[in-house]
Design a protein around this ligand. Structure first.
Ligand SMILES: Cc1cc2nc3c(=O)[nH]c(=O)nc-3n(C[C@H](O)[C@H](O)[C@H](O)COP(=O)(O)OP(=O)(O)OC[C@H]3O[C@@H](n4cnc5c(N)ncnc54)[C@H](O)[C@@H]3O)c2cc1C
Length: 571
């Protein structure tokens, strides 16, 4: 007998997103920006985050929100609560003298490599801004709604969702389903409390303060007044004992008070408002995609909070996936483009997990370090945040060593697979170029040109590439071709005097093709290629079309790409 549900109309959506926290909402906002506004995001809670949790936003993440138009609002909110120059410190107790600094000023040295800084903004403060932005731009967010079950077939996913308040169920048919539904279990514990810690903090610390003493290993995150924040407890009690590894297990207010007092190191009045146990896990899912279902954020990889990589990595997953989904759904790329999400993000997630694991052990759980514990050597923060690299068929063959996942972003030379390096650009006035009347506009950071579609950045003598790009666009419009529109820019001659060509290892006759997520897809030194007889082997337009068809997965892959490291469960 058919159930009521079988007779109900099925709700159709191109993409169903499960979980409307940082990652799910960012994905829905990015999809809306790329023209896929009618996707549905469901969230079992009735509102956005009610606890601060994530707060440290990395420069790459801030580039993504700058692209979305949220940067100024986030900055204004952040600086109300945190210092621009907040740092990461190490102390024995809050009341004692500091004995170490992991990062004195979170933004030192970033100016040359990123248009955006790191900043602190709690999830609780940030998510309402993101929600407002996403819905204003057409994203459909449905709170108090949970995923009950789903099946997939070759064409898509059929899911059942339930309204938690009324119990009403609804079937949803989607072409893709993205699980951004997080990851939960218990081991560490966050102690949320009210106290006035201003006398220990003002003019001294702000940001993250790692605490390491006989009673507790973990960290405080306090705002600049010292009146808002929490204490994360990773291990507590006698180091090396089994109990010390499970500080959240059966924790009482009394025990939490002892730990908090030991972390403060002075007699201070406080009121504990919440004990929130969670599991200190550093792990990566074996796969990020099974046909029409994909994982992003904590659902795909989980790390401890050390260095604030959890949410940032998830947001960057969403950024990698959104434009690929949009192009495939719009018929402007082959289906295989979606598979490059796992090929690109899995190695980055694995590297991040291994790096965070090292930070976790060294900063707050030294007693877990044994001789046979495998740990990577720590690499600097900017390498992980801005220097990670992709290897997949959504890029042309790269000169990067295969298997290299992260390197110093300040030495990158715009090879395929690297992030387009921060630089100021002088481009020509587009109206003047056909007449040869080249005028410099004001310099703008390269980030201003990125984020919407493919960008073809041509040297100031690269007339052939400019023509090739424009001709592909013209034909696409008139003949209904499937290639996405290229945004073609020619550098102003003034740039020749600047460091840009050197930074991008590009000639004035060459060009660089940058993907919608700001990664270099291809770069060419000169417009035409000679064969052995000196004839033009491939005209620029044919060459460019060849490249685009290959990286958009319209033509068969030229070589196989895969992840580099085996998945390791760390804890
Ligand atoms: C104390 C602490 C401090 C941290 N600090 C930082 C930091 O500074 N920077 C940083 O980047 N990260 C930090 N993190 C990590 C960060 O909080 C997570 O990585 C981030 O929240 C993951 O986001 P997500 O959207 O993937 O998952 P979640 O935030 O877990 O969201 C998943 C959502 O899915 C919903 N959901 C689950 N199942 C269903 C279902 N069946 N139907 C509908 N909805 C469902 C859940 O209700 C939830 O809202 C910190 C974590 C902790 C614990």
């Amino acid at each position: 007998m058919a159930t009521q549900l079988d007779n109900d109309p099925v709700l159709e959506t191109p993409v169903l997103i499960i979980g409307s926290s940082m990652v799910g909402m960012t994905l829905s906002a990015l999809l809306a920006k790329h023209g896929i506004a009618d996707c549905l995001t469901i969230e079992k809670h009735s509102s956005t985050a009610i606890h601060p949790r994530a707060a440290l936003f990395h420069p790459r993440t801030m580039q993504i929100y700058r692209e979305l138009g949220l940067y100024e609002a986030m900055k204004a909110e952040s600086y109300k609560h945190y210092d621009e120059l907040a740092g990461l410190y190490a102390v024995e107790t809050l009341a004692a003298q500091d004995f170490g600094t992991w990062m004195k000023d979170i933004n030192e040295g970033l100016e040359d490599i990123s248009p955006t800084p790191r900043m602190f903004l709690t999830q609780q403060m940030f998510e309402p801004l993101l929600r407002e932005h996403a819905t204003t731009h057409g994203a459909r967010l449905q709170f108090s709604t949970e995923l009950v079950d789903f099946q997939q077939d070759a064409e898509g996913v059929m899911a059942t969702i339930r309204d938690i308040e009324t119990g009403a169920e609804q079937r949803v048919r989607a072409k893709y389903m993205i699980a951004c539904d997080g990851n939960r279990s218990f081991d560490s514990v966050t102690i949320y409390f009210r106290a006035d810690l201003s006398r220990f903090v003002e003019g001294r610390y702000n940001g993250v303060i790692y605490v390491n003493n006989d009673e507790i290993r973990g960290f405080f995150r306090l705002d600049k007044t010292g009146r808002e924040g929490f204490l994360v407890v990773n291990t507590a009690g006698k180091q090396g004992t089994e109990e010390s590894r499970h500080p959240g297990k059966d924790i009482t207010n009394e025990r939490a008070s002892e730990i908090l007092r030991a972390a403060i190191g002075a007699d201070v009045d406080f009121e504990i408002t919440l004990l929130s146990p969670w599991r200190a896990v550093c792990d990566v899912a074996e796969r990020f995609q099974v046909d029409r279902v994909l994982l992003a954020g904590d659902a795909a990889h989980t790390v401890t909070p050390h260095g604030g990589f959890g949410g940032n990595t998830g947001i960057q997953d969403a950024h990698n996936l959104a434009w690929k989904l949009a192009l495939v759904l719009q018929g402007k790329a082959g289906l295989e483009l979606i598979s490059t999400y796992e090929a690109e993000r899995w190695p980055v997630a694995t590297k991040t997990v291994n790096q965070v694991f090292e930070r976790y052990i060294v900063r707050t759980a030294p007693e877990l370090q044994t001789e046979d514990l495998e740990m990577e050597e720590e690499i600097p923060e900017p390498w992980l945040e801005l220097g990670y690299q992709y290897h997949s068929r959504a890029l042309t063959t790269t000169s990067l060593p295969n298997g290299l996942v992260a390197t110093d972003p300040s030495t990158s030379k715009a090879q395929a697979g690297t992030m387009a390096r921060h630089a100021l650009l002088w481009t020509t006035n587009s109206k003047a170029d056909e007449g040869g009347n080249w005028e410099s506009t004001k310099p703008r950071p390269i980030a201003d040109f990125l984020g919407h579609g493919y960008v073809l950045l041509c040297g100031h003598k690269a007339v052939d590439w400019v023509r090739a790009g424009r001709s592909i666009n013209r034909r696409s419009k008139s003949e209904g071709e499937l290639l996405p529109e290229l945004s073609v820019h020619r550098l102003s001659p003034a740039i020749a005097k600047k460091a840009f060509y050197e930074k991008y290892q590009m000639t004035p006759q060459g060009c660089v093709l940058i993907r919608p997520d700001g990664f270099v897809a291809w770069q060419d030194g000169a417009a035409k290629e000679h064969d052995a007889q000196g004839a033009w082997a491939l005209q620029p337009e044919d060459k460019l079309r060849d490249v685009l068809e290959s990286i958009l997965c319209f033509t068969p892959a030229k070589s196989g790409f895969s992840g580099q490291e085996s998945v390791k469960s760390k804890l």
